[in-house]
Design a protein around this ligand. Sequence first.
Ligand code: SF4
Ligand code: SF4
Length: 351
Amino acid sequence: MKKIKKQSIPELLEKWQKEFAVFVPSKASGVSQMEVWDGQDTAFLNRNRNTAVPPKEKFLPGMEKMFGFRKEEGSYVVEPTDGEPPKQLLFGIHPCDARAIGIIDMVFKDAYDDKYYLSRRENTVLVGMACTSPYDSCFCTSLGFGPADAMDVDIMLIDIGDAFLIEEVTEKGRGILAGAKGVIEATEKDEKEAAAARESANAKVSRKIDTAEISRRLPLVFNDREFWEEVSAKCVSCGICTFLCPTCYCFDINDEMLQDGSGARYRNWDCCSFAIYTRMPAENPREEKWRRVRQKVYHKYLFYPELFNVIACTGCGRCIRQCPVNWDITQTLSNLPAGSPGKAEEKKKAS
Ligand code: SF4
Ligand code: SF4
């Protein structure tokens, strides 16, 4: 294992800036999000919590131009957007958000071949930073990993006081560290400190859910209208929980056209909390709010696992922290009616 003193990080970022657009967790714009490093700010070295806006927007922007078009001789000519996006390095991404990118990959990379997403994804290096002070709304340890785990990153840094212990996870990560000034061999004491930091971070995640029990109960309560009406009552369908969720990826596509017939196709984040989300010419299957809240929970905790064998929630807690009416997904999941095991067995046999 290697380590680097915190005071050497700016020099390392400057080196990386020659090759990448380097993003760090920042509050410079008034919102906590990943922003281009200004060469000065180092507050993020001691900010061991995730940002309010998840880093998914570096792969799936809130709005992006897919291509332009213009009318020519009774037809339309497509004008592609400019080539490859610049190489980017996200410094200080937290394990839950890196896991979320791994989860979104299953749709945009594995199930489909989304060139817009992939061009950014393949041009990105993820330098993770372990959480050492998780929020009380975090529950990542119930989702199969912990606040200092190195899944889905290229390098993981663990805070050991005035330095970070470095875990080189991928070849890409090893490559960008090669020859970097200030990177030295870690001592046995450093490794022990990192192990203690990891253990302490895990212990600080006190909020828990029982995913096995949730998987058992969800198939039984789909038609329990009373329960879903009750749990969705206070939701105001603002969409904050899905826009800020690192694993939500729904989008809409719009063509914007000028009078001269030229225009562009855009894709924007969309949200299953909105009543118009599923509006169709003949009907809207989720006109009532309780159906939309139910959909959000089922998509993450039942449908996604059925498709990709993973729960599409990382326990980052943003939907709990940012909801204006304190709707809490862990409360809903923990209060699912117990149902009847017999019915679950019948459903399994029938499918
Ligand atoms: S943030 Fe809260 S109020 Fe807004 S849609 Fe989500 S659960 Fe409903
Ligand atoms: S559902 Fe909530 S806790 Fe889970 S990943 Fe999304 S924002 Fe985070």
